[in-house]
Design a protein around this ligand. Structure first.
Ligand code: ARG
Length: 432
């Protein structure tokens, strides 16, 4: 039986019910929905809108239901459309009139917005704690590799020598900006919509501050129309997820390259690699590739919600029911990616010797050689030209710059002295 059946003279068809329902994906909001209802009922009781006995009956029955849902003992139905009406119907079946009074001074519009914000605060906290674990992992790794010299790249061409530590800490910077962004997004998520009713508030003497405090919100949504029709907080959250996925994806791209035979800079742990069903020799970096691939999914989630919202007139529209799949998917995907990524990087083997060999070829000390001449008084452009000629000759004789003798250096400029060898030592020059 529908909770809104009064005005209707015909039942919805089963296909209309199935199409209209969101219970398939919004049932994961059961906890937020129940806690929201308990706080709402307590407020109604405190304000004398329902009796305190009724409020207590509602609380006890909802807590019991919560445990049953958690134990997997409750079946939801599409006829009851969504998590809100499933829970309210079960409650009413169990406690009768008190259950029917729960929805006083409330609409599903402020209810669902409240559930979503409660949910989002939780997932943000989970993501924040994973991000700080990731940052710790990166800092530990970089501490271990302060002296591991490797090529730094631009255009994926060897450019200047760096340490693995510097490279890893570049990612740590990105993730620390991500942490800031999620914290900032959490602030805007932390406002209570409940009390806004369907769109125009309510005439009952409700106490929103009390509900906010009970549910742990630090503010109350000011404008009732905005409160029920705003999904900026969710778009912002998915956008934060998309940005973090982009960072993970760049890192994964490097891990995939680095684990190829061509680079040979790292070897992923067997526990986080996969084999081929046909080629026995293969060891594939699937985890990193999947994170890179799932980035596309989260970008899709962001586009989906932006597009769902783009032409909705105020206030609530049923289109907004479609906000949940992308919101849940973005959070789940990022959470799973972060957690597997931490495992991948904390178990991989770094082939420091291969990195160092790579750092020594490719003339990455050419800029240092040019800077050496600058210090001896030559203008940089002239130095650039001289070293360019020197590199060309090294390519022809198949030598590295630091394999040249002082006499060979002198052919390019008499400013070179014995200290040139120190100035172009890759180990010493690598930026840390
Ligand atoms: N299941 C709905 C949603 O997620 C709840 C709100 C329904 N409100 C309404 N006025 N039909 O958006």
């Amino acid at each position: 039986m529908k909770l809104w059946k009064g005005r209707f003279s015909k039942e919805a068809t089963s296909s209309a019910d199935a199409f209209n329902a969101s219970i398939g994906f919004d049932q994961r909001l059961y906890k937020q929905d129940i806690l929201g209802s308990i706080a709402h009922a307590a407020m109604l009781g405190k304000q004398g809108i329902i009796t305190s006995k009724e409020a207590e009956e509602i609380r006890l029955s909802l807590l019991e239901l919560l445990h049953e849902i958690e134990a997997g003992d409750v079946e939801f139905t599409v006829e009851r459309e969504d998590i809100h009406m499933n829970i309210e119907s079960i409650l009413t079946e169990r406690i009768g009139d008190a259950g029917k009074r729960l929805h006083t001074a409330r609409s599903r519009n402020d209810q669902v917005a409240t559930d979503l914000r409660l949910y989002q605060k939780e997932i943000i906290d989970e993501i924040l704690s994973l991000l700080s674990r990731l940052s710790e992992t990166l800092r530990e790794l970089s501490q271990r590799h302060k002296e591991t010299v490797m090529p730094g790249y631009t255009h994926l061409q060897r450019a200047q020598p760096v340490t693995l530590s510097l490279h890893l800490l570049a990612y740590d910077q990105m993730f620390s900006r991500d942490i800031d962004r999620f914290r900032d997004c959490r602030k805007r998520t932390d406002s209570l919509p409940l009390g806004s009713g369907a769109l125009a508030g309510t005439t009952y003497p409700i106490d929103r501050a009390y509900v906010a405090k009970e549910l742990g919100f630090s503010a109350i949504c000011e404008n009732t129309m905005d409160a029920v029709s705003d999904r900026d907080f969710a778009i912002e959250f998915i956008s934060c997820c998309a940005m973090t996925m982009m960072h993970l994806s760049r890192f994964c791209e490097e891990l995939v390259l680095w684990s190829s035979t061509e680079f040979g800079f790292i070897e992923m742990d067997d526990a986080f690699s996969t084999g081929s069903s046909i080629m026995p020799q293969k060891k594939n970096p699937d985890m990193a590739e999947l994170i890179r691939g799932k980035t596309g999914r989260v970008y899709g989630d962001l586009m989906a919600l932006l597009t769902i919202m783009k032409s909705l007139p105020l206030a609530y529209n049923k289109d907004m029911q479609e906000d949940k799949p992308p919101l849940f998917d973005a959070g789940d995907t990022l959470r799973d990616c972060l957690s597997i990524f931490i495992d991948v990087i904390s178990t991989m083997d770094v082939c420091t010797a291969r990195m160092e060999v790579a750092a020594k070829s490719g003339f990455m000390n050419a800029t240092d050689a040019a800077d050496y001449l600058v210090k001896k008084g030559l203008p940089f452009r002239d130095c650039h030209e001289i070293i360019g000629r020197m590199v060309l000759s090294c390519i022809e004789t198949n030598k590295a710059i630091d394999e040249m003798t002082l006499a060979e250096f002198a052919e390019f400029s008499e400013l070179f002295e014995e200290d040139i060898f120190e100035a172009i030592d890759i180990r010493k020059r690598a930026t840390r």
